[in-house]
Design a protein around this ligand. Structure first.
Ligand code: ATP
Length: 412
């Protein structure tokens, strides 16, 4: 069977799993709508994730933070300065690419020798320039610099900001985690491969806070646990890969990151696409939000500013350290972050489940059909009630059964 992404896209549209956004207006690039079957499948995935995290794991609690947040957060997190992709344009045909699609080491490429994959012209490519992936918007009625805000590019920062709130209001103690499911937005330069890389997508993230000396142990725990989650829900092990990042790929604060990857049908043989990243983030995030100093001005605590009235540092100036009242030790917890994409999970489960088979019909004629071999817990519909005859009150019996079963599970 030749499983192609075109076949999956077509099935998604025909059967009401996933539609292109704004279809009747000609479509809106890199945004997708989930239809009746798609939303059931996506909900099953995110609800199973939520249950596994907040119910099965004894020390994880949930959160739902805002999509819009204080713009300073994105300075402290590093997103304003570094959440960039390198962009190049072909001056001939106006095609746009991420420079790293040509080479990881794109800075040492001679761009005048590069041939445009779209129009084939050589020597018309611009030098790479950095492009920030965050969507900007304005808060309030006046569009000025001071009213600028961003749509969050990840749900994680909402968790860091609420670290103290959760600690002070629930019974959790380090080690513990906070989980969140929600929409994130990235102005991707080259969105492609259906929902794999879209501009609006859903993330399922855990920030797990632990003592620095235990962080390696927890990193390994989460890496193994998340790998097993995909297997338990039926993804073919042979199409999955757990890839540890090389030392050179790691962020300066990280002592380990692993990606769980799937061999999507739009990739070449031997290539894999990321489903989820599990990152050891050290104390980078909490420390970044702690930066700065609070001073009293007119009786109020405010961030210390320089002579231009700009904050001297990029953080909040608040103490986000943790005091362990058993060991009497104060420390800034280390963080392990399993960060998964709900849309990529839906796509992987759909691709994996897609099967074509040939079953003879009642007259013995071969009949091609497409079957989705989904894990029962993921299946959008759990039962179908189909009266085989239209007499002897059978349709009424079927309708009655349907009404009763529908209250317990999605059925048709
Ligand atoms: P990539 O390298 O593919 O751009 P990433 O490493 O930037 O992904 P993360 O920032 O680690 O991704 O985000 C965590 C998860 O969110 C990813 O593993 C993926 O499942 C999902 N995700 C990220 N960007 C997108 C996107 N544009 N469309 C759909 N899902 C996404």
């Amino acid at each position: 069977m030749n499983k192609t992404i075109e076949k999956i896209v077509s099935l998604c549209k025909r059967r009401g799993f996933i539609f292109q956004s704004s279809d009747i207006y000609g479509g809106f690039s890199a945004v997708y709508d989930y239809g009746p079957l798609g939303i059931e499948l996506k909900n099953n995935i995110s609800q199973l994730w939520w249950k596994e995290m907040t119910q099965t794991h004894e020390n994880i609690v949930g959160l739902d933070s805002g999509i819009l947040m204080h713009p300073k957060i994105w300075e402290a997190s590093g997103h304003v300065g570094a959440f960039n992709d390198p962009l190049v344009d072909c001056k001939q045909c106006k095609a746009r690419y991420r420079a790293d699609e040509f080479s990881e080491d794109f800075n040492s490429l001679d761009w005048t020798e590069i041939k445009c994959p779209n129009c084939g012209t050589t020597g018309k490519m611009t030098e790479p320039r950095q492009f920030n992936l965050m969507f900007k918007t304005h808060v309030g009625p006046v569009e000025e610099t001071g009213t600028e805000a961003f749509l969050r590019p990840e749900t994680a920062q909402g968790i860091f900001l609420n670290f103290k709130n959760v600690l002070d209001t629930s019974r959790v103690r380090v080690p513990f985690g906070i989980g969140q499911i929600g929409k994130s937005f990235r102005n991707e330069i080259t969105p492609r491969n259906f929902t794999f890389r879209s501009r609006e997508f859903e993330q399922m993230e855990i920030e797990f806070f632990c003592h620095p000396t235990d962080s390696r142990k927890w990193y390994q725990f989460w890496r193994d646990r998340r790998w097993q989650w995909y297997l338990n829900l039926g993804l073919t092990e042979g199409r999955l890969q757990l890839r540890e990042h090389h030392q050179a790929e790691l962020a300066h604060y990280s002592c380990g990151t692993a990606d769980i990857e799937y061999a999507f049908p739009f990739l070449a043989d031997g290539e894999y696409g990321e489903l989820e990243g599990i990152a050891h983030r050290g104390d980078f995030d909490l420390r970044s939000h702690m930066e700065g100093k609070l001073v009293r001005e007119d009786g109020e605590l405010v961030l210390e500013t320089d002579s231009n009235k700009k904050p001297k540092h990029r953080g909040s100036g608040r103490d986000l350290s943790y005091f362990d009242d058993v060991s009497r030790e104060r420390f800034v917890p280390h963080v392990i972050e399993p960060s998964a994409g709900a849309d990529r999970a839906v796509l992987a489960f759909l691709c994996d489940a897609y099967h074509e088979d040939n079953v003879p019909d009642e007259k013995g004629k071969p009949r091609e059909r497409i079957v989705l071999k989904l894990h029962p817990r993921l299946a959008p519909l759990k039962a179908a009630i189909l009266p085989l005859v239209k007499k002897d009150g059978m349709p009424e019996v079927a309708a009655d059964l349907y009404k009763r079963i529908k209250k317990r599970m999605p059925c048709m």
